[in-house]
Ligand binder design. Sequence first.
Ligand code: CA
Length: 224
Amino acid sequence: MKILIVEDEPALRELIQQTLEKERYVVETAEDLAGAMEKVGVYDYECILLDLMLPDGSGLSLLEEIKRLRKKESVIIISAKDSIDDKIQGLDLGADDYLAKPFHLAELVARVKSVIRRKHRDGEHTVTVGNVVVFPDKFRVEIEGKEIELNRKEYDILHYFMNRAGRLINKSTLAESVWGDHIDQVDNYDFIYAQMKNLRKKLSDAGADIEIKAVYGVGYKLIG
Ligand code: CA
């Protein structure tokens, strides 16, 4: 679950980043509009936290760009200007939520979880495919009611596929989502293979009736 923070104030940006990393999100940051535009043009995110007053323009321009590119990022505006006009304009441009500064970090986390829940699960707190249930708020996975132990990356991979059951996911998309944007610099994706192998074994040993199948030369697909 990868999140982009677009915020020019370093202290706040770092604080939000640390908070979300504690919640086990993969966090990327941009400190201005140009940086954010570049990131959004190249990478995909689950959710973008968007400051409106940026040194080189308005965060609303990023919303327009996301719309133009027909991307599916959820956007939460975080703005110091608690102006009704900005709020309406932002929501009109497709923002999912609006949080006025200053805000409590706990509330920000709750809003992030909520927009992601709405996006993938119609507001449900669990994700179920076959006999496998993921509890994202607790990082817990159960098969037939019994918890299975996964390491962090195994969990992240499974959660990612559970939200995209039946869809073919290419390796670079998976790597960027689970490991972070920097991963597009690597020469090969062998590290995915190792994690995937362990995850598939754990699922099969625990009696899961779902399978993450390799699609040769392309990536993987979760079959339920
Ligand atoms: Ca600002």
